[in-house]
Every structure is written in C-alpha cells, then in structure tokens.
Design a binder for this molecule. Sequence first.
Ligand code: HSE
Length: 435
Amino acid sequence: MTSNKVSSEPFKVAIAGLGTVGGGTVKVLRDHADVIAKRCGRPVVISAVSALTKEGLDFDVSGYQWYGDAVDMAKNSDADLLVELIGGSGGVAKTVVETALSAGRHVVTANKALIAHHGAALDKLAEENSVSLNYEAAVAGGIPVIKSIREGLAGNNITKVQGILNGTCNYILTTMREEGRDFDAVLKDAQALGYAEADPAFDIEGVDTAHKLAILASVAFGVEINFKDVHVEGITHVSAVDIQFAEELGYRIKLLGVASRHNGTVEQRVHPTMVPLSAPIAQVEGVFNSVVIDGDAVDTLVLVGRGAGELPTASAVVGDICDIARGLSVPTFSIPVADLETVPTRSMSEHVGEYYVRLTLMDVPGVIADVAAALRDHGVSMEQMIQRGREAGKPVPVVMTTHETSEANMVAALDAIAALEHVTEPPRMIRIENA
Ligand code: HSE
C-alpha cells in the first residue's frame, strides 16, 4: 500500500446514478461530512451529480452541478473521483467508467457485473492513468470483504473463499424453511414485499452470486477474473421437502459461492449447498450475507453483514472514496494487473465432496439393494439413509448422504440409479460443504 501526499484542498466527487445506492452515498457524505474530513485530512465534497431525472429524489441536489449525461460528467466535471452507480455489465456504465479513468479521475463503483466482465481491462486503464479503481460495494454490500482480503489478509496464502453473497436468495431460502412453503410461493411474496426484483432471474439463477464470486477469487488468489467458467446453479429447484430433510440430517440449505485453489487450478462454483447447522454460515439468515475466508496464517475468518440496501451499500462506497481521498492506493485485484495469473478452471467432475441425494422410489423388496449396488459399482460410500412413511402403490422419498467422493462418480451412480425399474423420478442431488 502506498500513501501519497494528501492535499488539504477539498476532494471532489461526482456521482453518476442517483437510485437507492446513489441516494445513500449523497446522504452519508452529507451527514458525516465532519468526521469524514477529519479522517481524510481534507473535506470530501460532492461537486457534480448525474441521473436521468431529478424527479422523486428525497434529497437536495441544488448545491451540485447537474449533468443529464453521465459521460459528459465523467469527461468534463472538475471531480477528482467519479462514483459509478448506474449498473449493468456494459453500456453507459462501462463508457462512463472508461471515460473517467482516461480523464485521470479515480473511480469507485458498486457494479459487480461490470467488474466481473471487464475488471482486468478497466484495471489496466486505471494503472495506465495512475488512478484507483475501487469496488468494495460490488461484493456483499456493506461487508468490507475486498479490503479485508486485499489489505488485512495480505500476509496470507488464501486457499478458499466462500459465502452467502445474495440476500434475495438467502431471504427466500430462510422463509421457505421457516414457513415450510415452496419456492414459487415465497418468491411471489418476496416480490410483493420489494425484497426481490420484478425480474429476479439474476438473483435466483445464481448469476449475481457468480459475479461476486469471480471477483472474490481474483482478489483472493491473484488470478484474472474468470466469470465465464464459474459453475452456476440457482435455487429454483430447491424444494421445501429437501429443506426439511436437511434439517433432520443436521444441515441447512444455503446458496453458496465457493472458490478454492488446487495445485495450479481454481474451482469456482455457485449452487444450493447443505452446510452443517453448527457452521456459523448456517446461522446467517434472511437478507444477510456472509463471507468465510481460509488463510494459511489467519486460519478461518467469518464476516457477516448486510449485502444490500441504501446505507449499507453506501457505507462501502464511501469507505472506498475515503481511502482514495486519504491517498491510499492498493492494486485493484491485490497485485498489479500484469502479474495476475491465468489459471485453468477445475471442472466440476473433479470436485470432491459429500452429497445429499433424494430418491423417489416404489418401496418393493430389493430396491434399496439395487440402489446400494449402483453406489458400490461407482465407488460411492453411503453415510446415512432415511425413509419416511409407506403408502401402498405409491412412491416414497428416500434420502441419503454420502462420504467424500468425486462428482464424476456421484453423477455416474445417479445415472445408474435413475435407470432402475422402481425409481420413479430423477434423483435430486445437493452438495454438502463441511468447512
Ligand atoms: N440483488 C442483490 C441481493 C443485491 O439480493 O443480494 C445487490 O447485489
């Protein structure tokens, strides 16, 4: 980390996008101006703002220069730093950030899609122009996880980083468990309450979590962001019955993003995961996020907090602004962009772990022996099994957990089980994460 000489002149900020997070950023900079000035050694002032309209804003923007065009503001305002809160992986947000960096302005963004898709190129542009690109708010909202990894854990080799990175999914899974209801009904309620977007696809299909995970993997492992190779499964197939069985077996189902290093490869996966009830992450409920980091010196670190919302996200944005106003400069992804490694992705078939499997089968003599034989033939060892109820002529659910095995073996065993005469539905499989 370097500390540049800080001027006592006001540090000027331009904000592009005055939605929820933009409004929060204006309010935090305005309401905490005195303490921010003391901490940064200079006043931090908003000099310009840009949005599509002034209508509906619940804060006063009359003291700031108004731009209808954010690209114009990025190019021509007098700001030292531009905050990009427009959103989207390309389009205007990308042009605004590129324009600001090229004009020699620092950039702070909350835009995970932009960083996940274009992080390395934007980092290069920032380096070429000797300015900072900070994006704390892009991952886990108010939790200072980028700062924790990049600065606080700079002395560690990080082997694994995993977390609950999407509050919408965590809220839905928590509510499904608490109320014993199925996914579709809970999603509808979450939308009516404003907890889920009208188009919730990015959240519930795991894409938002994958954006954040790819960024975390880059910062933690010093590798180039590789969003396209993240294995992504969302929560749309999680059923109330699996949540119930998980509890009986001593687990809770969470949508996790998990990134780990393995001898020259990186595994990045997003999927519903069963975590032991005793793990701290199992207790993170509702809209809260959590990140668990394994470092060789620090051991395991657990961070918990609000992953979204006006003021928690603004807290992260303003933290980034303050770092730059103080003259603190850290390589965007922990190390200079030219040193970021390009590392192959470990395929899911090589993943090794424990599994939960739910079968639907006719309770006839010998069916479990056939299931056991399929597991044996593919080298999968069963840990426990539960069967509940029996109604003549109707299929029953049978659930089991396995000992550690490779995903290739598990998938082959499940294919063989699915083909058995008395198995009436495709098996459901959920990965278990014990760490
Ligand atoms: N849509 C995200 C969530 C918040 O539900 O956590 C912003 O990334």
